[in-house]
Design a protein around this ligand. Structure first.
Ligand SMILES: Cc1cc2nc3c(=O)[nH]c(=O)nc-3n(C[C@H](O)[C@H](O)[C@H](O)COP(=O)(O)OP(=O)(O)OC[C@H]3O[C@@H](n4cnc5c(N)ncnc54)[C@H](O)[C@@H]3O)c2cc1C
Length: 274
């Protein structure tokens, strides 16, 4: 197995975490059982008790048109996909110019902006155990039933890159903070907004160390510089407790927490007893 050194305080969008040796998932590897797969950590909090990590190697960083389809490798950054589509006048991927991540992470989370979601044009995904059609996968808002590494995916090809949409997506971003974050901290509960609930329990702008729920958008947990994992977790749990006490709603993390104390079915982040 080959490894690469990653300093998560620079690599992750939350700008926090240790420096670790991360294994590389190359085409010769058949199973990743003892590893947790990461992409570009735009949706991830990396804690001190990190599991063994693995990431797709450069082999999976590609984008091409093949048999009237757009075929994209799992390690391809969203910006590269958006640039390719602009250059080749391909429609429907404009939203990726304002959505950070690599293709594998974007598909795994069904990432999107409002009704523009990565699953809209998906045809199939290739994983370690073979190809899966879209119809074999359940998916919804920030949710899919994919449990394996996504090595590549193919998408319907339509022509007509829309420059006007770029402005629209930029505007959608205007209420989001530019301070380091990992995107939305919680999924919006049905019929409500996590940001509204966090504000309603007095946590919008509330600081713990260098970390707070942003004053600009309460569902963005932001690192104002040198923030530590324990403070981020404290704020996440405090928001879950307060919102449950007041509204009987359990806020489900959208952020992925990579620390063995908070992972798996026994994670305190999943418990509703308060
Ligand atoms: C400022 C900001 C704004 C954001 N706004 C949005 C938004 O509007 N909408 C939205 O949907 N998201 C948003 N996000 C979150 C982020 O863009 C997405 O979740 C993106 O999909 C993360 O991709 P990644 O490669 O960084 O994944 P990572 O954070 O590295 O991983 C996230 C999850 O994906 C899994 N994963 C990663 N790669 C693969 C793979 N190849 N195969 C299978 N599973 C994999 C990981 O195991 C992990 O569970 C935002 C993030 C930031 C920082």
């Amino acid at each position: 197995m080959r490894y690469k050194t990653i300093d998560f305080s620079k690599y992750s969008s939350f700008k926090m975490g240790p420096t670790l040796e991360v294994a590389l998932l190359e085409s010769s590897i058949q199973s990743i059982d003892s590893y947790y797969l990461i992409g570009s950590c735009n949706n991830t909090l990396v804690g001190p008790q990190t599991p063994n990590l693995i990431t797709l190697s450069k082999e999976y960083d590609f984008i091409k048109i093949e048999n009237e389809r757009l075929v994209i490798g799992g390690a391809t950054p969203s910006g590269k996909i958006a640039s390719f589509c602009k250059k080749h006048n391909i429609a429907n991927f404009e939203f990726l110019s304002h959505l950070p991540g690599k293709l594998g992470g974007l598909v795994y989370m069904n990432a999107g902006l409002k009704e523009y979601e990565i699953f809209n044009l998906l045809i199939d995904v290739s994983t370690l155990s073979g190809r899966k059609q879209k119809s074999e996968i359940e998916y919804g808002y920030r949710y899919t039933t994919i449990t394996e590494p996504i090595l590549q995916a193919s998408f319907e090809l339509e022509y007509g890159f829309d420059v006007k949409k770029l402005e629209m997506f930029k505007d959608m971003r205007s209420n989001q903070p530019s301070t380091p974050s990992a995107g939305s901290c919680f999924k919006n509960p049905k019929g409500d907004y996590a940001g509204r609930l966090i504000e309603a329990v007095g946590l919008k702008g509330f600081m713990r160390g260098a970390i707070c729920f942003s004053k600009e958008h309460a569902n963005f947990l932001v690192n104002n510089g040198g923030g530590v994992f324990e403070d981020a977790i404290w704020l996440i749990q405090e928001a879950q407790k307060r919102v449950f006490d007041k509204f009987d709603i359990w806020l489900e993390c959208e952020i992925v927490v990579l620390d063995e104390r908070y992972m798996g079915s026994n994670s305190p982040l999943l418990k509703k007893e308060v």
